[in-house]
Design a protein around this ligand. Structure first.
Ligand SMILES: Nc1nc2c(ncn2[C@@H]2O[C@H](COP(=O)(O)OP(=O)(O)OP(=O)(O)O)[C@@H](O)[C@H]2O)c(=O)[nH]1
Ligand SMILES: [K+]
Ligand SMILES: [Mg+2]
Length: 363
């Protein structure tokens, strides 16, 4: 383990004094070593890649990631029925503590995690375990202390980036296919701004991918994007909401500035300011919808929601209820934001909206 860490350090040092083509190559090597570092290794004290032993439950999982004492546990205790110990000293939380956030009939698992520090991705503290847990989540809630320096955010992002977590990013629009023969075929759909054939060629050769087809569809793609495509089995694209806590202790001007940053929310758990707003944002960022079902002649059941992904249709809702339901489907009645008039009679292709009430009529 030490060896890989040393190799990573060597490459990072070399990168600081290197030119474009060679830089791409070094980045490729670095990505490979970092993936090795995360491979589970047997034996005591190795750290490995395993997370905490908490099974997933509910409709989605949100991981609270942040430096020590930013207020992660305080937040969990506020929004769920679970009490997670909070205190003024670092590393109060030593393991993963799950809680359930009930949100209009949806159940969201919130995972309170130990604080992480710089070097977490290389195994400092419980960093590796925390990051593994974060990797299993549908949304990372990065909890930040509004009274601390702005660098805290970039430091945490770098730790997550080093283990292949990409925040608020789509997978690069680059096609790569390994072939048995025929050499390398590299094509650009539009003239690239940050890439050229030689850079890609160098990295592919280093990965011993001598026969393959590459099509770069995005003119802004970088060599980092290309490496992400090669390493796609080790990459995870996760949405992230940055939440600045302790706003009770900063100036209004600064607060205003923080609140304007993208993917950002602000709160004070202590004064109970903005907490509900953060909960609403969590729901929004998860990109899910709640549908309530109604039987003919009865009131809809709002205590339990059917959870579907954003952009779902009546067909997706049927599949969620029962896999053979659509075979007997005749039509559906819809009340809510997606209905042109209430109720509207619709077919399987109708796009539903959050909080719609639906009634399925079978043949
Ligand atoms: N001023 C202020 N203090 C807060 C706020 N929220 C939490 N705290 C305090 O911050 C300290 C740390 O809170 P915790 O909830 O233990 O923080 P944590 O992020 O879970 O910490 P670790 O588990 O050690 O990583 C406690 O003393 C809290 O009372 C807030 O909104 N404002
Ligand atoms: K603490
Ligand atoms: Mg804690």
């Amino acid at each position: 383990m030490v060896n890989i860490t040393e190799k990573i350090k060597e490459i990072e040092d070399e990168m600081k004094r290197t030119q474009k083509y060679h830089l791409g190559l070094l980045k490729g090597k670095l990505a490979r070593l970092r993936a090795q570092l995360l491979e589970p290794v047997g034996g005591a004290g190795s750290g490995g890649g395993a997370g905490f032993d908490v099974s997933k439950s509910g409709d989605a999982r949100v991981a609270l990631v942040g430096f020590p004492s930013v207020g992660k546990s305080t937040f969990l205790s506020k929004i769920t029925k679970t009490k997670s110990e909070a205190a003024a000293y670092s590393f109060t939380t030593l393991t993963a503590i799950p809680g359930v956030l009930e949100y209009g009939g949806a159940e969201i698992q919130i995972l309170d995690l130990p604080g992480i520090i710089e070097g977490a991705s290389e195994g400092k503290g419980r960093g590796r375990q925390v990051i593994s847990a974060a990797k299993t989540s549908d949304l990372i809630l990065m909890v930040l202390d509004a009274t601390k320096k702005a660098e805290q955010r970039a430091l945490l992002e770098a730790e997550l980036d080093a283990v292949g977590i990409r925040l608020n990013k789509e997978p690069p629009n680059i096609y790569l296919k390994a072939k048995k023969a025929g050499g390398m075929k590299i094509t650009f759909q539009t003239p690239p701004k940050y890439l050229d054939e030689k850079m890609i060629y160098n990295v592919l050769r280093d990965y011993k991918m001598l026969n393959c087809e590459v099509l770069v569809r995005d003119e802004y793609a970088t060599i980092d994007d290309f490496i992400d495509v090669i390493m796609k089995d080790h990459r995870k694209y996760i949405r992230c909401l940055y939440v600045y806590n302790k706003i009770d202790s900063v100036s209004l001007e600064f607060l205003d500035q923080l609140a304007r940053e993208p993917y950002t929310a602000v709160m004070s758990c202590e004064l109970d300011l903005g907490v509900q707003g953060v909960v609403d944002r969590i729901w929004k960022e998860l990109r899910l919808m709640r549908l309530y079902t109604k039987r003919k002649g009865e009131e809809p059941d709002f205590s339990e929601a059917l959870i579907v992904r954003r952009d779902s249709t009546i067909e997706d809702a049927c599949d969620q209820i029962h896999r053979t339901l659509k075979d007997t489907f005749k039509y559906a009645m819809v009340w809510g934001a997606s209905a042109r008039h209430v109720p509207q009679r619709v077919g399987l292709g109708h796009a539903v909206a959050d909080e719609d009430v639906i009634s399925i009529v079978a043949k």
